[in-house]
Structure formats: structure tokens, C-alpha cells
Design a protein around this ligand. Structure first.
Ligand code: GBH
Length: 492
């Protein structure tokens, strides 16, 4: 295993942006209020088919829609310089289609919210789409399986640039589109719950990448001149470390893991096409499966040059690490993402675990991923758009010492990456509040603030990590051993 590097004391660059994040569906609630249309996640959680742990819904979630002022007080308490949140597409466009109807009350809601943030000197980083697709677009055209989604998304993006772009200067088109494609269209664990093995996810991703590019181009040609903002995408990826560092097959498998995860979206955007290894593998397996075309769609030459360069920054989400070893799955088992990758993911049982079953604290993996992104995509400006951990449940609810240890370790590895020359502009810790965690319901608690979901007023209470993160932010890093040690003691 790679050596545990020692702790690094030092500061972040002047002007480094510290923040926390959340997303609309996970926090807003008010699912059918003030003209909002249903999203695929409303349909999924209401289906009564046991799709979500405890059959929870996000009908009320954190009641964020009604607690704007209260939550801004929490952001101020944390001393963050930015807040990353997402807009609800079906709240703004109840049918999903701009030409049908724009919901004025939703425009007002987000206007008021953005203005309140700015009044508190908090920069909004706004995600256009964090998984809550308007249900009517799913019903009408099969969601991301359909090519017409590209222009629906472009029209929606344009509306947001027009309505909010005078004040919002940081836009994220999609949040973690890989999970959206994989869980929505391959495993079915997320809305819309389809299992189109080995095909649906690639089609969805293909349309998402094109939709991202159209939104960027629209911003670039229509809005950038007067608004002077940035448009990027947020891609989540765990680090993949070769299981046996002396095995060329494992080294290749780990590289393949990263290309199928991050490269799938980042390579078209930064280099104009899917990673070679995806084209080769999926093409070969498709042929072996008797198909006359690859299950991985192809970009035309014109599309490649249109997509290449459509990101003003790389948004990177990162949570954990896996050891990767090669395993060849026979093509005849049938098409799937897993079969295409020919690898397995392993964890070290000695890694500290956290509240989510897939999440282990492996800070050194973060530094490696940041280096990988730097070298693969030509040293782009990077915003860490998501990084965080859920508290272990047996711990006292507000004493989240595992979250503190995770924060300390991961932020320190990010500092090392900056010292190595990775161009990181800001960091978003996930998340402001405990909230609806998709198929896990309310069981995984990622918040700096504990939310009492059983109480209909959804009160928020600060966890110990609030004090700890605030110290890192106000010191802009880790000044010296004595101070850093005292933060920990004070926070707990
Ligand atoms: C994030 O994704 C989401 O973007 C965010 O909305 C959410 O709050 C956060 O996770 C925590 O829930 O269950 O074994 O199949 C992080 C990337 C990709 C991590 C899918 C979990 C599933 C592992 N996620 N992965 S498993």
C-alpha cells in the first residue's frame, strides 16, 4: 500500500474559495408547491415499489424552500465564501419545456435566494441539473435516451443564464452525470429506474455530453460578453489504485477504471472524444456479442470539435478510493458496464469506514486523483465541487469526530496537491445539511448541520465539524501543529 504521507502545515493560496454544497431535490421539499412540476425522483419515491430505504420521499426533505433566511444564517456561521446549490428544473419549468410555461414564482424564489447570498458576501455556484429531471420529459420522450433532451436542456440553461446570470458567475451544467447514467439507466437504483444493460447508460451519457456542450456554447456566444462568468461540469470519481503495483495488468486495469469513470465525460470535453480504451473495449465486446455497431455511440468529426473545449473549469467530486485488479468477464455474459470494464474494485479492510457502506477514508487517493486530472486534461482550473463523509451512526449525533478526521485528511491532501502545482481554485465540502440521500433515504448523514427529520419543523443543529471547518476557513489552511491540535479539542 502507498505510504501514509505525513501531515503538511501551510496555507492555501490567497483568494482560495471555501464552501459547502447541496442540491435542490435533496433539500428543498415543497415538491408540489407554488407551481412546481413533478420530477423523476418524485415519481420514483412515490412509486411505492420499495425503491428507497424505508420508502422515504423528499416531499418535505429539509423544508429548504421555506427556510432560506435560516439556512443563510448557517452559511454565515460557517464563514464560507461560496455556496454550491442546484436549481430545480421542474420548479422553474413545470413541464420541462421552456416554450410551455415558465414558473414565475420559481424565478422569484431563486432570485430572492441568490440576492440573500450576495448580501451576505457568499458567492453562488449554481448547478443546473442535479438528477431531478422533469417527469413529463421522461414520460414524453424517455428522458436522456432521447436526442431531443439536448435542446430542452439548452433552452432551460438559457433561461437560467438570462434570469440569474447578471449575478451568478459560476455555473455547473450537470452534477455527476456518470452516476445519473449508470444508476438511472443501467442498475435502475436511481430514477428513472431503467435497466437497459450496457446500452442505456452510454446513450444517456452521449446526450448529456452534447447537452452540456450546447449550454456552454450558448453561454459563450450569447451571455459571456455581458455576464463574464464561467461554465463547467462537475464529474465525480473515486481514485483507482492498482491492487498489485508490480502487475502491468493491474496498472492497466486501474487506468481503465479511471477512464471509464472520469475520462468517459472529461475526455470528450477536454480532448474531443471518448477515451481510446472505452472505444476499443466496448467496440470489441459489442462485436463479440453479435452487434454490428458498438454500444458506445460515436461522435462525428463536427461534434468532436464542437464539444472539445467546452469547460471553463473542471468541477471534481471525490469521496473515496478503490484498489483495482483485472478480471476478464466473458462477452457472452451479455452487455453491461461491469462486463465492459473487465475489472473488480476492492477495499482495504484497514481503511477507516464511515456512515455510508461504500465510503472509506483514504485521503492520499484524493491527491492522486487531482494529479491525474491535472495531467490528463492539460492543467485545467479545478473546483472541487463535492467532497465529504457521512457520520457513523453509533456516534453521538452532534459529535461527528469521524467527519472531522475525514475533512482534515482530505483537505490536507488537497493542500499538498496545490503545493505540487495542481491548479485548484476552490473546495466545496458536502454538505451543508443532513438531507435526502437518494436510495438511502435519510439514513446517511452528510451535513455540517444535523436535521431532525422526525420533527415537522425540521430544526437544524450544528455538529462539531462546524467549528472545525470554520477554523480551517478562517486560517485559510493549517497554520501550525499547535493551533491545528487545539481546533480539534475545541470542536469536540
Ligand atoms: C454524491 O455522489 C451525490 O452527488 C450527492 O448528491 C449525495 O449527497 C452524495 O453522493 C452522498 O449520498 O451504493 O455501492 O453502488 C457521490 C458519488 C456514486 C457515490 C455512486 C456512491 C454508489 C456506491 N456516488 N456510489 S454503491
Amino acid at each position: 500500500a502507498p505510504e501514509e504521507a505525513s501531515f503538511y502545515y501551510g496555507s492555501f493560496p490567497f483568494g482560495f474559495s471555501w464552501g459547502v454544497g447541496s442540491s435542490a431535490f435533496q433539500t428543498e421539499g415543497a415538491w408540489d408547491q407554488d407551481g412546481k412540476g413533478p420530477s423523476i425522483w418524485d415519481a420514483f419515491t412515490h412509486s411505492g415499489k420499495g425503491k428507497v430505504l424505508g420508502d422515504e420521499t423528499a416531499d418535505a426533505a429539509c423544508d429548504g424552500y421555506y427556510k432560506v433566511q435560516e439556512d443563510i444564517v448557517l452559511l454565515r456561521e460557517l464563514h464560507v465564501s461560496h455556496y454550491r446549490f442546484s436549481l430545480s428544473w421542474p420548479r422553474l419549468l413545470p413541464t420541462g419545456v421552456r416554450a410551455d410555461k415558465v414558473n414565475k414564482r420559481a424565478i422569484k424564489f431563486y432570485n430572492d435566494f441568490i440576492n440573500a447570498l450576495l448580501k451576505s458576501n457568499i458567492t453562488p455556484i449554481v448547478t443546473l441539473h442535479h438528477w431531478d429531471l422533469p417527469q413529463l420529459l421522461q414520460v414524453k420522450c424517455g428522458g436522456w435516451q432521447n436526442v431531443s433532451m439536448i435542446s430542452y436542456f439548452r433552452d432551460y440553461a438559457d433561461l437560467c443564464f438570462e434570469a440569474f446570470g447578471d449575478r451568478v458567475k459560476h455555473w455547473v451544467t450537470f452534477s455527476d452525470p456518470r452516476t445519473m447514467a449508470e444508476k438511472g439507466y443501467e442498475t435502475g437504483h436511481h430514477a428513472p429506474g431503467l435497466q437497459l444493460h450496457g446500452t442505456g447508460l452510454y446513450t444517456a451519457a452521449h446526450h448529456i455530453i452534447k447537452a452540456h456542450a450546447q449550454a456552454w456554447h450558448s453561454y459563450n456566444s450569447t451571455w459571456r460578453g455581458k455576464q463574464q462568468g464561467l461554465v463547467g461540469i462537475s464529474l465525480n470519481c473515486d481514485w483507482g489504485e492498482p491492487m498489485d503495483i508490480s502487475s502491468p495488468k493491474d496498472i492497466e486495469a486501474a487506468e481503465r477504471y479511471l477512464q471509464f469513470c472520469l475520462g468517459w465525460f472529461a475526455n470528450p470535453i477536454y480532448a474531443g472524444d471518448y477515451p481510446q480504451v472505452m472505444k476499443d473495449r466496448i467496440g470489441k465486446k459489442s462485436a463479440e456479442q453479435g452487434l454490428d455497431m458498438s454500444r458506445l455511440p460515436v461522435f462525428s468529426l463536427q461534434e468532436k470539435s464542437y464539444i472539445k473545449g467546452t469547460s471553463d473549469f473542471l468541477g471534481l467530486g471525490h469521496y473515496t478510493t478503490r484498489y483495482i485488479t483485472e478480471r476478464n468477464y466473458p462477452s457472452r455474459q451479455g452487455p453491461s458496464y461491469q462486463n465492459d470494464r473487465d475489472l473488480v474494485e476492492l477495499v482495504d479492510p484497514n481503511w477507516p469506514d464511515l456512515g455510508s457502506k461504500w465510503l472509506y477514508s483514504v485521503p492520499w487517493g484524493f491527491r492522486r486523483l487531482l494529479h491525474f486530472a491535472q495531467t490528463q486534461y492539460g492543467n485545467p482550473p479545478i473546483y472541487v465541487t463535492e467532497n465529504g463523509a457521512s457520520q457513523k451512526l453509533h456516534c453521538t449525533q452532534l459529535c461527528d469526530e469521524w467527519r472531522i478526521q475525514y475533512l482534515k485528511g482530505y483537505i490536507n491532501e488537497m493542500l499538498k496537491a496545490i503545493k505540487d502545482g495542481v491548479n485548484i481554485k476552490g473546495y466545496t465540502s458536502w454538505s451543508l445539511l443532513d438531507k435526502f440521500e437518494w436510495e438511502k433515504g435519510y439514513s446517511d448523514r452528510y451535513g455540517f448541520y444535523y436535521v431532525e427529520f422526525n420533527n415537522r419543523n425540521k430544526p437544524r443543529y450544528p455538529k462539531a465539524s462546524v467549528q472545525y471547518y470554520k477554523k480551517i476557513i478562517t486560517a485559510n489552511g493549517f497554520p501550525n501543529p499547535r493551533e491545528v491540535e487545539s481546533w480539534y479539542l475545541k470542536a469536540l
